[in-house]
Design a binder for this molecule. Structure first.
Ligand code: AMP
Length: 403
């Protein structure tokens, strides 16, 4: 079955066409037919597309909305019959604990979660509406939620210590995000080590532009660093991660900003960008710090790595130990220097980095620790689109997700 995987943003659309079937999943013989992205939807859009084994092609086209963008990519790849659509949906609240077939009730459920993700769920819903417009109702669509993998968090990990009625009334609790990525790399780790799901005890670190950590015990997420929104936890490209909530009021008062403006500041002007004053791009920061001494650039890298190490320690305590730490995401997959700095001083926990193995791994899969480490380190490139395509075909074919 050819599954079109869509990740609809406010002015962008990431897409892939993946050919898969339940019996091909076990053999890892799914096929990626096309991948690409449409940016700056709403005007002169930039369309990047690459078919399997082909060259990457960049073109421009007048695309006024997501519907036009989907029509454009289908026209450009007319030979590929789309048989199903899988959507990445950011927030499933407490209602969606796994991927679901998109029905009018499911759409209503996603709408009910808009309060929890006012920026993301409406654009995801626009993606569903656009796909329905282009393909009609005959082509089944599936929703795969960023929050679903973390629906197994126990109450002691998801409750904030604020008046309980705020949780009941407004759903204020930890939900966690990047669930598809954490789930994929945990799955791949257990494939690599030939483990059953119940034997999978790992800390997964998704370090990209957004960053989050997850504590996975017995194959299930038992804690994660992002909270009610993706702002909490690790330091990110432009998001602050954890901070004292009083700071919101202090900034608002001292800088004469509204609460919304402070929220924007914490989401888009903080993190690596905020500390360095230079960029949210980790690669550029590393290049800068290699070329000359810049205190703020160094501080941004140090705060980032220290926060990750602190979470590893916390999750080791929360889980009663783990077998491995898995790095993924743009930074986690590609930066040996950052992995090394994070792992420094974790020898007490049994994690002994093998510098050569670590140095050799960029964008590929493997162990980065010395043989005999009791806490292994791995790099596993994430593949959220593949998991979305697999969930889509499983749901449509009525084959339940293997436990
Ligand atoms: P993602 O959101 O997963 O695409 O990751 C984006 C982040 O990964 C950006 O901060 C990039 O600068 C970072 N990144 C990609 N390649 C490298 C690299 N070789 N070294 C350091 N950071 C990298």
């Amino acid at each position: 079955m050819n599954v079109l995987v869509l990740n609809a943003g406010s002015s962008s659309l990431k897409f892939q066409v993946i050919s898969t079937e339940p019996d091909r999943i076990a053999k890892d013989s799914d096929e990626r037919l096309i991948r690409g992205e449409v940016e700056r939807i709403g005007g002169e859009a930039i369309v990047t597309m690459q078919s399997h084994g082909g060259e990457r092609q960049k073109t421009t086209a007048q695309l006024r909305d997501i519907t036009a963008a989907i029509r454009h990519l289908v026209a450009a790849n007319g030979q590929e019959d789309i048989e199903a659509v899988g959507h990445r949906i950011v927030h499933g609240g407490e209602r969606f604990t796994e991927s679901v077939l998109i029905t009018p009730e499911a759409v209503k459920g996603i709408e009910d979660c808009i309060d929890l993700a006012p920026l993301h769920n409406p654009t995801n819903l626009r993606g569903i509406a656009a796909a329905t417009e282009v393909f009609g109702r005959k082509i089944p669509q599936v929703a795969v939620f960023d929050t679903a993998f973390h629906s197994t968090l126990p109450e002691h990990a998801y409750l904030y210590a604020i008046p309980y009625h705020l949780y009941r009334r407004h759903g204020i609790r930890r939900y966690g995000f990047h669930g598809t990525s954490h789930r994929y790399v945990a799955h791949r780790y257990r494939q690599l080590r030939a483990l059953a799901r119940e034997q999978t005890n790992v800390i997964t670190l998704h370090l990209g532009n957004g960053c989050s950590a997850a504590a996975i015990r017995g194959g299930r997420s038992v804690d994660t660093s992002m909270g009610m929104t993706p702002l909490e936890g690790l330091v990110m490209g432009s998001r602050s991660g954890d901070l004292d909530p009083t700071i919101v009021n202090v900034i608002a008062t001292k800088e004469g900003l509204s609460i919304e403006q402070v929220e924007t500041l914490l989401n888009t002007h903080s993190g690596l960008l905020g500390i360095s004053g230079l960029t949210n791009d980790k690669r550029v920061l590393l290049e800068e710090s290699a070329m000359h001494e810049d205190h703020r650039v160094r501080a941004a890298i140090d705060v980032f790595c220290y926060r990750v190490r602190k979470y590893i320690g916390a999750y080791l305590a929360a889980m009663g130990g783990a077998d491995a730490v898995v790095f993924t995401g743009g930074i986690g997959e590609n930066s040996p220097a950052i992995r090394q700095q994070i792992c420094e001083g974790l020898e007490w926990a049994g994690l002994r980095l093998d510098r050569e193995r670590n140095q050799a791994l960029a964008g590929s899969e493997g162990a980065i620790t010395a043989d005999g480490s009791t806490l292994m380190g791995y790099v596993i490139p994430t593949d959220e689109e593949l998991l979305i395509a697999r969930d889509t075909v499983r749901i449509i074919r009525g084959v339940p997700h293997p436990s």
